[in-house]
Design a protein around this ligand. Structure first.
Ligand SMILES: C[S@@+](CC[C@H](N)C(=O)[O-])C[C@H]1O[C@@H](n2cnc3c(N)ncnc32)[C@H](O)[C@@H]1O
Length: 496
C-alpha cells in the first residue's frame, strides 16, 4: 500500500477502534483502548486476484475462532441513522411506501451529502468509487452477456434501480441532499454499496453496513461441502453429491447436507449485541480470510456483488425446455438446471426422462423418474440425446464460440496496453463487431484506445464490465459444453 493510503486506512481503523470494533481474541484481556481495531487476528491487505482489498490473517487462525466483533452501535442501519439524525427521522415519516432498502440507500446518500460533518465520514471515505453490479450495465454491456436469461436479469435490475430512484427523489429533495447526489448515477452507486456490502440483521431486511466487517471478500460455501442442488429451489436441504459414473440411480442425497454449516461464519449475536465473525476454516498467517455471503450462481454474484468466480461450485446453467416438459413435471422451474460440472440437476434429469416416456405410460412409471432412477435403456438414451442436442443447439446460436470469446478477452487485455490497428482486421467478424460496438459506446476510434493511458482510465469501468460480461458467458457456455460431454459419456455407458 502507498504511504498516503496506508495513513488513511490507519485513521479509519482508529475510528473503528473507538467504536469498539475489535479483532482481539475474546479469551485474552484487551490491554487498553486500542488505537487500531485490527492487528491481533487480521489486517487489511490486497489480493489482486481474489477481490482486491480484503482481510489477511496476522497469525495462524483456527477454524471456528472468533476473529472480529463489531458492536451494534457501529453498524450503519436505518434505525441507527434515525436515532442520530432527527431531521432524517421526521422527513421519513411522510414516506411510508418506500422499501427498507430504498430508505437505507437514501440514508447513505444523506450521510455522504453531509461531507466531513457526517459521523460516518471516516467509513464512507473508504467505500469503493464504483460497482460492476448488473444494474450499472449499459445496453452494450448487457448485450455482451449474450444469454437471454442474463440479459433479462440485467434489464430487470436496471429498470428496478431506475424506478426505485424515481420514487426516492422527493424524500431526497426534502432532506436537501446535494443535487449531484440525487442523480441516477449517485443512486446506482449507493444501491451498489447497499447491494454488495450489507450484511443480514434480523430486525431490518435492508441489512446493515458493517465497518471493517465489510472488508471480507467472498468464497463460495459449497467449496467445503461439495456441490449441492439449489436448496431454496427445492425448499429442503437437498444436496446432489452423487457421482454419475456407473450408477443407474441419481440421488438427491439431501440428508447429508447440513444447511447450518453453510453460513455460520458471520452473524449478529443478540446476547453480546455485536456482529461476530468466525474463521470458517483454519488459516495460515498471511492468507486471505474469506466469508461466505451466501450460495450464489455466477449470475447472482454479478447481479448483487459485481464479480464472478472462476470456479464457482454453486454455478448453474438454465436451458429453455419444451413447454410440455414444464407441464409433465411438478418440479419448480428453478430446480431444472445444469450443474457447473455439466451434470444435469436431479430434477432436470427426472423431468426429461418422464417427458421421453410415451404419455400413456407416464403415470405408471412416474415414480421411477421422480426417484432418480433410469427408466429404461431406450429412455435413458433419448434423455441424454435430447439434453446434448439442446445444449449443442443453444451453443450454435450464440454469436461467438468459447474460443472466440477467449480471443476477445485476450484482446480486451491487450487493448489496454497496445494499439489495435494491425490485429483488428484479422479477427473473426463477430469479435470485430463487438469491439467496434464497444469503441462506439466509449467514443474512441479504432486504433486510439490502445496505449492511451488517459482514454483507458476514462473507459476503465466500461472495460471492466464488458470483460465481466464476456467472462460470464464463457463460464455459462463451458457448462453446456461439459453437459454435452456428460451426456455422451452416459450414452456410451448405457449402450455398452
Ligand atoms: C463486502 S465487499 C469486500 C471488500 C472489498 N474488496 C473492498 O475493497 O471493500 C464485496 C466486494 O468485494 C469484491 N469481492 C469480494 N469477493 C470477491 C472475489 N472472491 N472475487 C472478486 N471480487 C470479490 C466485489 O467487488 C464485491 O462486491
Amino acid at each position: 500500500m502507498e504511504n498516503e493510503e496506508e495513513n488513511e486506512v490507519n485513521d479509519f481503523l482508529g475510528w473503528a477502534a473507538k467504536l469498539g470494533i475489535t479483532d482481539f481474541p475474546p479469551n485474552l484481556n484487551n490491554p487498553s483502548v486500542n488505537s487500531c481495531c485490527l492487528g491481533h487476528s487480521l489486517c487489511v491487505s490486497h489480493f489482486p486476484d481474489a477481490g482486491g482489498r480484503g482481510l489477511a490473517a496476522v497469525r495462524d487462525l483456527t477454524k471456528g475462532e472468533l476473529i472480529l466483533r463489531v458492536p451494534e452501535e457501529a453498524l450503519f442501519t436505518t434505525q441507527s441513522v434515525v436515532l442520530k439524525d432527527h431531521t432524517f427521522s421526521v422527513a421519513l415519516q411522510q414516506y411510508q411506501s418506500l422499501s427498507s432498502t430504498q430508505i437505507l440507500t437514501i440514508a447513505l446518500l444523506n450521510e455522504i451529502s453531509k461531507g466531513k460533518s457526517s459521523l460516518w465520514f471516516p467509513y464512507l471515505k473508504h467505500l469503493p468509487r464504483s460497482y460492476d453490479i448488473l444494474a450499472s450495465f449499459n445496453q452494450f454491456e448487457t448485450q455482451s452477456l449474450q444469454v437471454d436469461d442474463a440479459m433479462w436479469a440485467a434489464e430487470k435490475a436496471i429498470g428496478k434501480a431506475k424506478s426505485e430512484w424515481k420514487e426516492a427523489i422527493s424524500l431526497m429533495n426534502d432532506l436537501k441532499i446535494k443535487n449531484k447526489l440525487q442523480s441516477l448515477r449517485a443512486w446506482l452507486w449507493a444501491s451498489g454499496t447497499i447491494s454488495s456490502r450489507t450484511l443480514h440483521i434480523p430486525w431490518d431486511e435492508a441489512g446493515c453496513l458493517c465497518p471493517v466487517g465489510d472488508l471480507f471478500n467472498y468464497s463460495a460455501p459449497g467449496e467445503e461441502l461439495g456441490e449441492c442442488d439449489d436448496l431454496r429451489a427445492q425448499g429442503k436441504a437437498s444436496c446432489d453429491m452423487s457421482t454419475s459414473s456407473g450408477h443407474v440411480k441419481d440421488e438427491p442425497v439431501g440428508e447429508h447436507c447440513d444447511n447450518s454449516v453453510r453460513l455460520t461464519d458471520g452473524g449478529y449475536e443478540k446476547d453480546i449485541g455485536s456482529y461476530c465473525f468466525y474463521a470458517k476454516k483454519s488459516y495460515r498467517k498471511g492468507e486471505q480470510v474469506l466469508l461466505s455471503y451466501g450460495t450464489y450462481t455466477n449470475l447472482e454474484l454479478l447481479e448483487h456483488y459485481g464479480f464472478i468466480l472462476n470456479r464457482n461450485p454453486n454455478d448453474k446453467a438454465f436451458i429453455p425446455l419444451e413447454p410440455e416438459m414444464y407441464n409433465c413435471c411438478s418440479w419448480p422451474q428453478n430446480s431444472l438446471f445444469i450443474h457447473q460440472n455439466g451434470k444435469p440437476s436431479f430434477a432436470l434429469l427426472s423431468t426429461v426422462r418422464l417427458w421421453a416416456t410415451p404419455p400413456n405410460q407416464r403415470k405408471s412409471i412416474g415414480h421411477l423418474a421422480s426417484s432418480g432412477s433410469q427408466i429404461s435403456k431406450e429412455n435413458e438414451l433419448l434423455t441424454m440425446e435430447w439434453i446434448a442436442k439442446k445444449c449443442h443447439f443453444i451453443l450454435k446460436n450464440y454469436g461467438t464460440t468459447i474460443k472466440e470469446d477467449n480471443l476477445l478477452l485476450g484482446t480486451i487485455d491487450d487493448m489496454c496496453v497496445s494499439k489495435l490497428n494491425t490485429e483488428f482486421e484479422k479477427m473473426p467478424s463477430m469479435i470485430k463487431c463487438e469491439i467496434q460496438g464497444f469503441l462506439d459506446v466509449v467514443g474512441v476510434p479504432v486504433g486510439e484506445i490502445g496505449g492511451n493511458v488517459d482514454l483507458y482510465r476514462r473507459s476503465k469501468n466500461s472495460v471492466d464490465r464488458w470483460k465481466l460480461a464476456v467472462e460470464w458467458r464463457v463460464r455459462y457456455k463451458k457448462i453446456l459444453v461439459d453437459c454435452i460431454s456428460y451426456c455422451i459419456g452416459r450414452i456410451d455407458e448405457v449402450s455398452s
